[in-house]
Design a protein around this ligand. Sequence first.
Ligand SMILES: O=C(O)CCC(=O)C(=O)O
Ligand SMILES: [Fe+2]
Length: 423
Amino acid sequence: MSRLHAVATTAEEVAAHFGVEPVPYFEVPIETVEGLPGLVVFERGGRRHLRLMTWGFPRLSRAMHTRGEEPNRIGLVADLTSPMWDEMVVEPKYRCLIPITHFANPDGPAGAKTRTWFSVKDQPIVAWAGFCRNIPDQGPLYAGMTMEANDAIPPTNDRMPVLLEPSEYERWLHGTVQDVIQFQYRAPFDASRAVRCIAHHSGGDRGPVAQRQGSAAPGAARTSTGSALRPAVAAVADLFGPLEGSTLPGLSSWPEVIPPTRERDIIENIDATELSPFRFQGWLGKRHTRSYGWTYDFDTGRFAKGEPMPQWLISVRDEVAEAVDLPADGLEQALLIRYDPGAGIGWHKDRPVFEHVVGLSLGNPATLRFRRRRADRGFERFSLEAQPRSLYRLSGEARCAWEHSIAEMEVPRRSITFRTLAR
Ligand SMILES: O=C(O)CCC(=O)C(=O)O
Ligand SMILES: [Fe+2]
């Protein structure tokens, strides 16, 4: 099980979850298969560290050697008594926590593969019980322990990763070999907490590196379990988490967070609202806006309490908050924007009175461009395709160190931006 795992969040959030300080600076690999780097938390000198290590230990059997084959990689620890693992299983210094947000199993014929992704309800970051070791000539490697699957996993597989509750981290990292055995043979986490989504890949053969560099995100089609009664955004966020990951720290996005019918309702509500041309220092912009909760007057620089959000917008806010895992009442400001053809938004950083920024895109896709001045000259650049019905969230570096803009649109687009206040 689980020949693939994903970390669809930032190093900051992983570090905060595991109490790692300072936050290391590296790109979080979104998807890991055996032989590629993934995140590992281990303890040394009483402190937890977060590192990138290669998933899987090389194995070269006698038969493979005779056939002149290269070693393959084994990233799953099933049989604790295998000579591959027996030493590592006993010594607590080889234990680690593997932070993941999703695990998956590719399925089906090449070219038409599906992936069944699983995440754990209410636990956006989960620790997989793992072993890591620095191997001469190989560098630091890790592997994760598997167990018999709970009822949610078959038919994709009959095994799954041993996932730990936060209260179990210490026992995993420091326990005896009996503890390790108990973790493998205890009951798996409850099937009702497994959230499943099936992603169909058009380029089924593409490796994870191609996946990361391409703009395609997992998840064209999906199935849900038990989400019918939940608000649309929240349900889908549970299914996906921010899978359409990015390589800009602090930027996350969630595709297809609302169904098209809900999108049409929201657009109707925006269009029924009286919007004004955006004003800046006497200029009238082509985009039309209206803010709620708090207003920021670009003419005067004045920041003031504004009119309360109407009920329809409060519902959207609540769904969005749940999707991006921020408290709903913290999203104190909402900004409706209508971009008619010819309208865009120039390079800017959002005002520092705000902290987190969450944008819901509606109607048509737009490219959200990011830039940051280089120390020498020119800009580093990044872009995110903000698809209709998707959400993005700007926090940390993406929010504070990078500017963003949208080029003049040829087609109409609406957006709703929610912001928390900086405290
Ligand atoms: O329409 C969007 O998604 C971007 C809006 C934006 O950047 C802003 O209002 O500060
Ligand atoms: Fe902005």
